[in-house]
Ligand binder design. Sequence first.
Ligand code: SAH
Length: 218
Amino acid sequence: MESPIGRQFGGARRRLIEELQAKGVNDLAVLRAFDLTPRHLFVPTGVQHRAYDDSALPIGNAQTISQPSVHGRYLAALALTGTEKVLEIGTGSGYQTTLLAHLAAQVFSVERIAPLLDRAREVIRDCGVSNVSLLLGDGTYGWKAFAPYDAILVSAGSPDVPQPLLDQLAEGGRLLVPVGGREEQSLLCIVKRGDTFEQTELAPVRFVPLLGDHGWTQ
Ligand code: SAH
């Protein structure tokens, strides 16, 4: 049964899902995760009327929630089956964290801005999601205690691939990370095969900077 939270904005959410399909997001598990995740709860009330537009929106503290079709392509590239342990760097609003919670077994997410993390924690709880663990800190170090991870997603752009994240990948595990300049990056998919890392460039992207010891240091 759908919760009252789930029913609110239901029509708008359905239309967003149709738009995502039209834009090439066809993975059924990913579309189901969008259907289960009330995006309007993750954005400030002032922009709630635009919550189901396919656009990036401000979430406070100079950060943004990404465009849903970007999340969609990102999540489809991970090809999750529901059994995985996933690490996310850059919790932000917690929206993508919640999408991941519907696609994987366990989600670990690290955010460096305390007020964002506090708000995300509340909204994730209100969504009834219980397979998410959150940590305040510099995510360029990953989250060693629960490594290795089957998938790692970095939601902010980095000048290089942070070494600790490579170290925390499981065999066959995938790391998605935007790498490049402060304004524009290339989304890399890196797969660990024994001692080597296979790297593919997926798409040009624009993410806010990954600020930390293994990212942008200033
Ligand atoms: N995916 C998020 C949006 C992320 S915006 C969502 O769905 O809302 C990128 C986030 O990465 C911001 O919240 C920013 O504070 C965070 N961030 C940047 N550098 C970080 C670091 N070193 N460790 C953890 N989080 C970081």
